[in-house]
Design a binder for this molecule. Structure first.
Ligand code: NAD
Ligand code: TYD
Length: 342
């Protein structure tokens, strides 16, 4: 099987490239990535001499780049991870999100039809469902009600993928996962940001009252689910993928501080994110029933392994937090006032 993985230099994409090369000896992977601030070829260190792997630089939003990557290569499938992914950035400027997440998805769908790529797997998010109240879980038939610009672009891509299946018979599958964590995650997201700040004795900025709740999924478990969907799901299917672990942010932060041996006095409650979804929780009965998938790692073990990875890779951490990141951090957090009740 020959697959084009888009966004394979990012966090989950690079884990997926490694997962497939390790677990599926019959698979060849081409990694197609624009190398934005979030893309880092260091995430794929060690694969330089792997004959079943190659890297192609290009943007999913460019018909020309995608055409060059696909022409004459006879890919069996595209797995689309490529995206602008950070909610906070989408609140400042949504245009790059529309280009990559929406236009890019359509460029890939058109290219699949043109080049006879059999399967298109769209990696989506639980954020397309919006926010939950104190109880309940999202199922695959929950209404699509995105609340932030990032989530709106991901929902748009889901609709375009669905339409390509319904209108043109393209073999599309959509996966909607919860919040991932693990090695190679860019430190603008909650878990790696808190680990990195704690290690440098910097304040840990918790939005609002810290009681916003996310369902946490270890990236390696997410990869095993995507592998199953890629190979076994029916055309047009949609699968939720979650970690069965809903935790309020403040508890995640306190757990991380314990793991790195730093005091809770580093915690700072800061002004909340606009449109901040209160709670996500995923019902994953469908993927368990149809494909036999369950996460293999407990949250606590996976969090410990993740902290160890960041501790073991100070050079990766330092490079990820240099240059553009410093400017971003200053802009995003420099003028963020304390929370009213913080
Ligand atoms: P990431 O930000 O770490 O990586 C995104 C990758 O896409 C980067 O390598 C970047 O260079 C690449 N990219 C960006 N624009 C591109 C373009 N125009 N053309 C080609 N490549 C481009 O993201 P991630 O956390 O690994 O997320 C991967 C996918 O999973 C995304 O589609 C995201 O919406 C989805 N997802 C992520 C999470 C999470 O918790 N991280 C949760 C739900 C869904
Ligand atoms: P994030 O990692 O940005 O993922 P998402 O917004 O896609 O869920 O944020 C996870 C949660 O952590 C979310 O409720 C916002 C919160 N958060 C903070 O409290 N402080 C931070 O500095 C960041 C980045 C996130």
């Amino acid at each position: 099987m020959r697959i084009l993985v888009t966004g394979g230099a990012g966090f989950i994409g690079s884990n997926f490239v490694r997962y497939m090369l390790k677990m599926r000896p019959d698979v060849e992977v081409a990694n197609f990535d624009a190398l934005t601030y979030a893309g880092n070829l260091e995430n794929l260190n060690g694969l330089e001499n792997e004959p079943r792997y190659c890297f192609v630089k290009g943007s999913v939003a460019s018909d020309e780049d995608v055409e060059k990557a696909l022409a004459g290569k006879a890919f069996n499938a595209i797995v689309n991870f490529a995206a602008e992914t950070h909610v906070d950035r989408s609140l400042t400027d949504v245009r790059p999100f529309i280009r990559t997440n929406v236009v890019g998805a359509q460029v890939l769908l058109d290219a699949c039809r043109k080049h006879g790529v059999k399967r298109f797997l769209q990696v989506s998010t639980d954020e397309v469902y919006g926010s939950l109240g104190p109880t309940g879980e999202f199922t695959e038939s929950s209404p699509i009600q995105p609340n932030n610009p990032y989530a709106a672009t991901k929902a748009s891509a889901d609709f375009l993928a669905r339409a390509a299946h319904k209108s043109h018979g393209l073999d599309v599958a959509i996966t909607r996962c919860s919040n991932n964590f693990g090695p190679y995650q860019f430190p603008e997201k909650l878990i790696p940001l808190m680990i990195a700040n704690a290690l440098e004795d910097k304040p840990l900025p918790v939005y609002g009252d810290g009681l916003h709740t996310r369902d946490w999924l270890y990236a390696w478990d997410h990869c095993s689910a995507i592998d199953l969907v890629l190979r076994l799901a029916a055309p047009g299917s949609v699968y939720n993928i979650g970690g069965h672990k809903d935790v309020p942010n403040i508890e995640v932060v306190k757990l991380l501080l314990k793991l790195v041996g730093k005091p809770e006095s580093l915690i700072r409650f800061v002004q909340d994110r606009p449109g901040h979804d209160r709670r996500y929780a995923m019902n994953c009965d469908r993927i368990r029933r149809d494909l036999g998938w369950l996460p293999a790692h407990s949250f606590e073990d996976a969090l410990r392994a993740t902290v160890k990875w960041y501790l073991d890779n100070p050079a990766w951490r330092a490079r990820a937090r240099s240059g553009e990141y410093q400017r971003y951090y200053e802009k995003m957090y420099g003028r963020r006032p304390p929370a009213k009740n913080g």
